[in-house]
Unconditional design. Structure first.
Length: 762
């Protein structure tokens, strides 16, 4: 029986999802629901490589063992809101997967393979990246392909390209080089052929460009034939219609040595890879001119531009600052960067590459994100192009002293360019927005939004990121460590003058924390979404979980007001999802942390949870302080809403205690006739200090043995004054038997949290 269709809404689009329990990959049991889920959860990773590109999909409505359907032309039943495009010289009406809901719709069609073109519909004749497809002759020759990939990488880098790597998810590897979309497919492939001929001759005589198998003999085909107009290649993160649900997966170059097959990353294990960060984060920013056509691009007049950097030079002492020196590249491109600069005043810097330098503005209150807002922008001196990649610390006493982080980068297009009147569209890696920037007087400009960035985070607040539990602290240096705060997990939402506190279940709990709400000004930004934990600290700085819980259940304004004085809540912020309209989730953890420190500098009601490099030392400190544990976070990991991964690890302190068994609760269900849990206490100078009960850590035979041992002991009346649950099923004993118990921490009531039975103490 097929399951009933489900109607759902994704980002305001209504979708009908059918046969969600259909098995699409029989050998691993992957259901259609899982495919749709994968598409929706990772849409932000998919979309940059699909948006505006004519798309061919391969569908397997009956799973990969059934019939497959290629579609270049959009199906008749395609909903009206899904855009499509016809390209000159073809009859097909291609789909454009431009938003998350379309990915959901494609998943529902069992479109397992997504093959976009190498150009966008706006510049259909001009590719913006080139692809090398490396396939081994036989499956055991994958190591040969790896070696070839490294050789090619080195060769491409010498020519000025930035190569990006992914598994094809089938047999081999794909290398992509982003290029400026200024050359036609014909020009690009001509140049590429020459490049490959030289490469084969000088570095790789075991390769060939000959497609015909007879001509190829036993040589490896250096396949550049996906770069013809109208050809496609499987998209980064697309599934493949092959056994095991493999994914064409972007990987870091330094990972390649450990990759042993093209199908290594699958729907079942992709999470581990995603937790390592986005290997293609800089894809859009890395477009280069085609190397042997560079002379055809607009060459910058060097003498004129160097003068433009005189001011930049005069303000800086390059023996003291690590900022780039004034240099002019020999070709003109249109890249941009937005940096967050923690100088004397926290501000953003917008820089547009133009004629060999970066036109620069300092923006005190961030670029506007709403149409009715105009924000001040102060024109600053032109910066050298190398500043596009600058991130780091400018020494305090130097000009612009303070730390700087890259928030967005990518390419831009002019909409209008007149003296003192600029209109342009920023096309970032995960950001699209156009602005009107115009001069008012002297160096003062105003910035207005023409089309606003789209952020679905506000409409659909995601689930908080979760952690995998570990017993040991990771030793790898790409982890840093912080205190595991023990309180209430919350999202803090800042919108202009407003501050909202949203609980893990999505409930607005702002009214329970008036002092936190009043501390809005501790965030030096206009808007944002932050992840943190509200804790009530005891005098020693230790968080008291029960106190926060009691704050949550306090009602009535006067009681809340009193509680907020007696039980002062502090909110530890450890992550940001959005900062001033910029999506932060796919940025590396360490950058997100740096940005937090810059935007929440006061450390009063809201404090940035400090990170430590020495995990062992932190753990020891936590253990001594009787706190819950530590979090170890991969510095490169993105923020995964609602997911556990190795991006975040939690390592809880476990302690041992010797306790006396003072009774038991009778078991029920599977434990009927045996003990359900043991009541524990410590007996100090005749006084019984109740420790709560332990119900885990036993196997069946242990339970039986314990029952036997306890049968012989005299039953007494309740020896403690604490109220307990299931009192009627509890038996109290005059026991002297002692046992070992492992536990996480002591609750404020003195009972053990997460206790586990470890055996009798002798
Ligand atoms: Mn600045």
């Amino acid at each position: 029986m097929p399951s009933k269709p489900i109607f759902t809404e994704i980002d305001g689009r209504r979708l009908k999802l059918t046969n969600l329990d259909k098995i699409l990959y029989p050998s691993v049991g992957v259901l259609k629901a899982e495919v749709i889920n994968f598409y929706l959860e990772n849409a932000a990773l998919f979309l940059p490589y699909l948006k505006d590109r004519p798309l061919t999909v391969i569908r397997w409505p009956d799973g990969i063992e059934g019939k497959k359907f290629y579609s270049k032309n959009k199906p008749k039943w395609t909903p009206k809101w899904i855009p499509s495009v016809q390209i000159p010289g073809e009859d097909n009406n291609y789909l454009l997967a431009n938003e998350r809901a379309i990915l959901g719709w494609l998943g529902n069609l069992a479109a397992l393979e997504l093959h976009p073109m190498g150009s966008t519909s706006q510049q259909i004749d001009h590719p913006d990246h080139l692809i090398f497809d490396l396939d081994p002759l036989t499956s055991n020759e994958f190591p040969v392909i790896k070696e070839l990939a490294f050789l090619l990488k080195e060769y491409l880098e010498k020519l000025g390209y930035v190569p990006f790597l992914k598994t094809s998810g089938s047999k081999g590897l794909h290398i992509y080089i982003p290029i400026e979309p200024k050359w036609t497919f014909k020009e690009a492939i001509e140049s590429l052929k020459k490049l490959c001929q030289n490469f084969i001759q000088s570095k790789a005589p075991h390769c060939t460009l000959a497609v015909h198998k007879g001509k190829r003999k036993d040589k490896i085909l250096l396949d550049i034939y996906r770069n013809y107009r109208g050809n496609t290649c499987v998209a980064p993160y697309s599934l493949r219609g092959k056994a095991g649900a493999p994914i064409s997966t972007p990987i870091f170059w330094d990972q390649l040595a450990e990759v042993n097959s093209s199908g290594q990353f699958t729907l079942r294990n992709i999470k581990v890879q995603l937790a390592k960060g986005d290997p293609w984060e800089n894809f859009k920013n890395s477009a280069r001119p085609i190397h042997d056509y560079a002379d055809r691009s607009k060459i910058v007049s060097t003498s004129a531009s160097l003068e433009k950097l005189d001011q930049y030079n005069a303000k800086r002492d390059f023996t003291k600052t690590k900022e780039p020196t004034a240099e002019i590249p020999n070709e003109a491109q249109q890249r941009f960067v937005i940096q967050l600069h923690d100088a004397s005043n926290l501000h953003y810097d917008l820089r547009l590459e133009s004629e060999g330098t970066l036109l620069s503005w300092a923006i005190p209150k961030a670029l506007p994100t709403k149409k009715d807002k105009a924000r001040l922008a102060i024109r600053t001196e032109d910066h050298p192009v190398k500043y596009l990649d600058f991130e780091g610390i400018i020494p305090k006493e130097e000009y612009g002293g303070g730390e700087m982080w890259i928030i967005e980068r990518g390419r831009y297009e002019w909409i209008e360019k007149k003296e003192g009147k600029l209109k342009f569209k920023l096309n970032g890696d995960k950001f699209e927005c156009s602005y009107n920037l115009f001069k008012t007087k002297n160096n003062q400009w105003l910035c207005k939004v023409l089309s606003a960035p789209v952020l679905s985070v506000y409409a659909n607040l995601p689930q908080p990121m979760l952690a995998n539990a570990r017993k040991t602290i990771p030793k790898a240096t790409h982890y840093h460590h912080e205190i595991k705060w023990d309180g209430i997990r919350v999202f803090i939402i800042i919108e202009e003058e407003d501050l909202k506190i949203i609980s893990r279940s999505g409930r607005d709990i702002t009214k329970h924390f008036p002092k936190l709400r009043a501390a809005r000004e501790e965030f030096e930004i206009e808007e944002g979404v932050f992840d943190g934990e509200i804790v009530v600290l005891d005098e020693s700085g230790k968080p008291l979980f029960s106190e926060v819980i009691s704050r949550m259940h306090t009602t009535g304004e006067n009681t809340i007001a009193r509680a907020s004085i007696s039980k002062r809540a502090t909110c530890y912020i450890f992550d940001c999802l959005v900062v001033d309209g910029h999506q932060m989730m796919y940025r590396p953890q360490e950058r997100r942390y740096g940005i937090l420190r810059a935007v929440i500098p006061k450390m009063k009601y809201f404090r940035v949870s400090e990170v430590f490099e020495d995990g062992e030392a932190l753990f020891k400190g936590i253990q001594e302080a009787g706190m819950e544990g530590i979090m170890s976070k991969d510095k490169k990991a993105p923020y995964f809403p609602g997911k556990r991964s190795d991006g975040w690890l939690k390592i809880k302190v476990r302690s041992e205690i010797v306790a006396t068994v003072i009774g038991y609760t009778k078991g029920q269900g599977a434990r009927s006739g045996m003990i359900g849990a043991l009541h524990l206490a410590q007996i100090k100078e005749e006084k019984i200090v109740y420790l709560g009960k332990v119900g885990t850590g036993f196997d069946h035979s242990t339970l039986q043995a314990i029952m036997e041992k306890l049968k012989s002991i005299a039953v007494i009346s309740k020896p403690i004054k604490e109220d307990i649950e299931e009192a009627s099923r509890t038996v109290w004993l005059d026991s002297k038997f002692k046992c070992n118990i492992e536990y996480a921490s002591l609750a404020s009531t003195g009972t053990l949290r997460e206790p586990v039975w470890k055996g009798w103490a002798d």
